[in-house]
Design a protein around this ligand. Structure first.
Ligand SMILES: [Zn+2]
Length: 271
């Protein structure tokens, strides 16, 4: 509790500094706020076992010990690829918690009961469902986990969040996470899905992402983000993340980096 009081004081000081230096309050206070959330999540798995590699810390229970090296190998295999693409390396090792009970994972990561995710990123921590829960028996666990698993996707969310300091629309972090899956593994998300009519507009992605059809919204986020990197290169994605981290809006950042209006660009990306 004492620690929390200190953190509250730090958040307050961050607010004051942000006001004084006229920078975004959100991007100043967010990294501190994130520490509180991270502590809370780590507290809820304090009885889990721990295995560390060069860049990751895996927390798991006995029943998942057989998957730990697969998880570490997959994460380490793609670590340098992701940080090179996004131009940023986390300063601490990244924590990956393996849950064999999806309800527990949803509770610790604030996901509503009944919702389901193979992986979640929140407050600087990655959680993944035990491979035992989603890889059907008889399949090649290593192959399926490396190709379809959540590690690259969630680690990308972690890096994006660190650079942009919480200041990004959901479609952009999902788009970058799906783009990294594509760039790292050639895994193209939602390839066979087709839009019923027109793809979602910029306005829908920006303001209503969570209430859209999830599959189609993710597909559109991927297409749009890939179109930005195809046309302007990963350098522009990197610059946009840095702009967001300094408190700029995504529209201003895109205009600054490309001279184009983001809504027009997005609405013209082929569906
Ligand atoms: Zn995601």
């Amino acid at each position: 509790m004492k620690k929390n009081k200190i953190i509250v004081a730090i958040v307050f000081i961050a607010f004051v500094l942000a006001l004084l230096f006229n920078e975004s309050i959100l991007t100043k206070a967010y990294p501190v706020y994130k520490v509180i959330g991270k502590d809370k999540i780590e507290e809820s798995v304090k009885n889990f076992k721990t295995k560390e590699s060069k860049h990751f810390i895996v927390r798991y229970q006995d029943s998942d010990s057989k998957y730990v090296s697969l998880i570490i190998d997959t994460a380490e295999k793609h670590y340098y690829g992701v940080i090179k693409d996004l131009g940023y390396a986390p300063k601490d090792k990244s924590v990956i918690i393996v849950y064999s009970n999806p309800d527990e994972m949803n509770k610790d990561f604030s996901l509503a009961k009944g919702e389901n995710a193979m992986g979640i990123y929140l407050n600087g921590v990655i959680s993944i469902e035990s491979p035992a829960l989603w890889i059907p028996s008889g399949q090649d666990v290593t192959k399926v986990f490396q190709y379809e698993g959540p590690v690259v996707h969630e680690f990308t969310h972690l890096v994006v969040d660190d650079i942009a300091k919480g200041n990004y629309p959901t479609w952009f972090t999902e788009g970058i996470a799906l783009l990294e899956e594509y760039r790292q593994d050639g895994y193209e998300w939602g390839k066979d899905l087709s839009y019923n009519g027109k793809p979602y507009t910029f306005d829908q992605l920006e303001n209503n992402f969570d209430s859209l059809d999830e599959m189609l919204a993710y597909k559109r986020a991927f297409q749009v983000t890939k179109a930005i990197s195809d046309k302007f290169g990963m350098e522009t994605i990197r610059e946009m993340l840095r702009d967001l981290g300094s408190g700029m809006s995504i529209e201003s950042s895109f205009y600054k980096e490309t001279g184009l209006k983001l809504d027009t660009f997005v609405n013209n990306v082929k569906g």
